[in-house]
Ligand binder design. Structure first.
Ligand SMILES: [Zn+2]
Length: 344
């Protein structure tokens, strides 16, 4: 089968690798129909981090079950499934707490494991990890596209909103206009946010943010951006969703939170790790978040997409075939696309 392989900075290649097969009785083999490129995939692409040449890449995918191991009970051949970006055993302490991203036997697709930008995948812990989709989705390409961000970005956005304690009527600021930030806006509105301020820099993405329901747009960086949010909200946002991960973003987030409020952070931390602890102390500002438990969130987000109440599909603004996947990476790297759908 063909799969996207990381060969080094700016080198994602489609190569022939051994076919996906059942290796453990809890595995399924899934023929991938939809995959996508994540902002996280751009780090190895840009030569950052510890991604090893030869590893498969891609952690966002959906497909059709082609084969199941002898212990798989909830899935059968021909089922259409969606996977969270993280596989999980469903039985450990953390899975039972709804924190599958901390599963003791878990991991991320790609990152040395089977990858999702491929024709097929060996799906570990199939019963615990995969969620079967109703047959009503068949042939509804728009609906399938709306489901795909639930694999990662929409789960992350929801996690930011939940972690920050977004409540009906609340004022929410979202830092970041990438796919996760845009999904965080949808998540905040879904939880009842009344005023939604977005901080970003890309005109096209901010237009989409307005379409999604952002009430205010702030394009200033650093202290000026913080000042603007404090002015707009007369003292700070109740909940701030940090969807970037840079030191500047986390500092801005803490500094624009209303006393007693909470920052939900889902941007993967970069930089020194310094946070404004004194401001957190003096103004009782909480900081929660981290790797989203995407599997735990899947059922409720799935129900809303199927009911037509949630549609993150506009973040997928470019489509490529698997053979063209390198062009998809280049487009995201050069910010010509927010997020790329890959159709094997
Ligand atoms: Zn577990």
């Amino acid at each position: 089968m063909r799969a996207a392989i990381f060969r080094g900075a700016f080198a994602i290649q489609v190569e022939q690798i051994p076919d996906a097969t059942i290796l453990a009785p809890t595995d399924a083999v899934v023929r991938i129909t939809h995959a996508s490129i994540c902002g996280t995939d751009l780090w190895p692409y840009r030569g950052q981090g510890t991604y090893q040449p030869g590893w498969q890449i891609g952690h966002e995918w959906m497909g059709m079950v082609e084969d199941i191991g002898s212990e798989v009970r909830t899935l059968k051949r021909g089922d259409r499934v969606i996977a969270p970006y993280d596989f999980c055993d469903g039985t450990c302490e953390f899975c039972r707490k709804g924190l599958d991203s901390a599963c003791l036997q878990g991991g991320l697709w790609g990152f040395g494991h089977e990858g999702g930008q491929a024709e097929a995948i060996r799906a570990r812990f199939a019963d615990a990890t995969l969620v079967a989709l109703p047959s009503a989705v068949e042939g509804d390409e728009a609906l399938l596209k709306a489901l795909l961000p639930l694999t990662d970005n929409m789960a992350a956005g929801h996690h930011a909103a939940v972690s920050a304690g977004v409540r009906p009527g609340g004022t929410v600021a979202v830092i970041g206009d990438g796919a996760v930030g845009l999904c965080a806006m949808l998540a905040a509105l879904r939880l009842g946010a009344e005023r939604l301020i977005v901080l970003g820099h890309q005109a096209q993405r901010l237009t989409l943010a307005r379409q999604f329901g952002a009430t205010d747009v702030v394009t200033s960086r650093g202290e000026q951006g913080v000042r603007q949010v404090i002015e707009l909200t007369e003292g700070g946002a109740d909940a701030v969703l940090e969807c970037v991960g840079t030191e500047e973003a986390i500092n801005m987030a803490v500094n624009m939170t209303r006393p007693g409020g909470t920052v939900g952070f889902v941007g993967v931390p970069q930089g020194s790790g310094q946070i404004p602890l004194e401001r957190m102390f003096s103004s009782n500002i909480g900081l929660r978040g981290g790797l989203a438990p995407a599997r735990a969130y899947l059922p409720e987000l799935l129900a809303d997409v199927l009911a037509g109440k949630l549609d993150p599909s506009p973040v997928l603004d470019m489509t490529v075939s698997l053979a063209e996947v390198a062009a998809g990476y280049a487009a995201m790297d050069q910010r010509q696309a927010i997020k790329v759908l890959v159709q094997p």
